[in-house]
Design a protein around this ligand. Structure first.
Ligand code: GLU
Length: 418
């Protein structure tokens, strides 16, 4: 695969071009497009550290996009495949997601190139604290607010927040979100990505008459995939296939998710009773709803024609490549795009940031009510004002709506409009 950022930019530009052909009132100049798809800040650091595996050099990144709407906001990923290209693409998507959800933020994303499974908890703490020492000048509640992403979690956010407070000599809880509740975190943040995705599916189910016991396949059993499986199965959906990085498991009558979650605490999902399948087979399973909840570009031009799902709910960021996106659109498969489907995480991060700034702690019911309202309202805008009106995909709708907000903020900042 070529550059992830190039693919992300092509997907964004092509979808917007298609939209401008449908809606005469929408036009963007090349300059508008260029200014939206170029990072506003790129930081790349290398730091040596003594770990339990000896001296190692770590490569870490933080990238900002479109910060005219507010401070950069987005997670930090720990993964062996992290590089500047991936972090940049993820940061661009964060800027679109935050604009779409009308959160007062630009895009941000960070990452460390590391396989966290190879390191002890003490190592991870040391590495996380060092990341903050390297990046603290750009981090802050009004400049850049990190959060968890793939293979980072509330504990890591607690270490980072603690290190940041020590450097600043005061408590600044709003500089990080996704913290444990004891360290100023929000109720429901730990499962909010999945919950937000479920609310989006609920709205789509109403519009497209998806039955309550529809079948679902989930690729990825990390925070997003696991919580989504739990929420959806409790609501009566039939999860028939699940995978993690080591492979998948299939049962045509439905998997017992409660037991599978217990199993996963010590073993990969593929050793759970059922038929073993590969990650590729999982994506091609005959289901009503497919939920990619792992990494980017798992659906490409190679397998897009083999997808049998009627709906794809993108809980991962960027699981569908540019070419595959076109194929799925032509095949009339409904794609609920990442910047909508997984926006529950950053939306509750926003609630956490607000609570920290106001020194409040909201009840779980209040967080969930606010989350459902925001997810449903955004779905409704996209469905009514774009999908129905112009016969476009949800991705085109989401990109157009986000782009309008970003361009408006850029023009305002330049004094071009009131
Ligand atoms: N990493 C999550 C995402 O990709 C959450 C970001 C946040 O809470 O700031 O949306």
């Amino acid at each position: 695969m070529a550059s992830i950022l190039d693919d992300a930019v092509a997907k964004f530009k092509n979808n917007l071009k298609y939209y401008s052909e449908k809606d005469n009132s929408f036009s963007l100049t090349d300059f508008d497009l260029k200014s939206m798809t170029i990072p506003s800040k790129t930081i790349s650091v290398n730091f040596p550290l003594k770990t339990s595996k000896g001296f190692k050099i770590f490569h870490a990144y933080r990238v900002h996009f479109n910060t005219e709407r507010g401070p950069a906001k987005g997670g930090i990923r720990y993964h062996s495949k992290v590089d500047l290209d991936e972090v940049s693409a993820l940061s661009l998507w964060m800027s679109l997601k935050n604009a779409l959800m009308n959160l007062p933020y630009g895009g941000g994303k960070g990452g460390i190139e590391i396989n966290p499974k190879e390191y002890s908890d003490q190592d991870i703490e040391k590495i996380s604290r060092e990341f903050v020492r390297q990046m603290h000048l750009i981090i802050g509640p009004e400049t850049d607010i990190p959060a968890p992403d793939v293979y980072t979690n509330p504990q890591i956010m607690a270490w980072m927040s603690d290190e940041y407070n020590k450097i600043k000599g005061k408590k600044v809880p709003a500089a990080f979100t996704g913290k444990p509740i004891s360290a100023g975190g929000s109720e429901a943040r730990s499962y909010s990505t999945a919950m937000g995705g479920f609310y989006v599916l609920k709205k789509a189910a109403e519009e497209y008459k998806i039955p309550k016991n529809a079948t679902i396949a989930i690729q990825g059993f990390g925070n997003a995939g696991r919580n989504f499986a739990e929420i959806a199965s409790k609501q009566g959906y039939n999860i028939i296939a699940v995978s993690d990085s080591k492979g998948g498991i299939y049962n045509k009558d439905g998997l017992n998710i409660e037991k599978l979650i217990k199993h996963k605490r010590t073993q990969p999902v593929s050793t759970f009773p059922g038929k073993r399948i590969s990650n590729e087979e999982l994506l091609e399973t005959d289901v009503d709803v497919l939920v990619p909840a792992a990494l980017e570009n798992v659906i490409t031009e190679k397998n897009a024609n083999k997808i049998k799902a009627k709906i794809i709910l993108e809980l991962a960021n960027g699981p569908i490549s540019e070419k595959a996106d076109e194929i799925l659109f032509k095949r009339k498969i409904i794609v609920l795009p990442d910047i909508l489907a997984n926006a529950g995480g950053v939306t509750v991060s926003y609630f956490e940031w607000l609570q920290n700034k106001k020194n409040q702690h909201w009840k779980e019911t209040k967080v969930l009510k606010n989350l459902e309202e925001r997810m449903s309202e955004t779905f409704k805008i996209l469905f009514n004002d774009y999908v129905q009106k112009f016969n476009v995909s949800f991705r085109i709708a989401a990109y157009a709506h986000a782009a309008k907000r970003i361009i408006k903020a850029k023009k305002k900042a330049e004094g071009c409009i009131e």
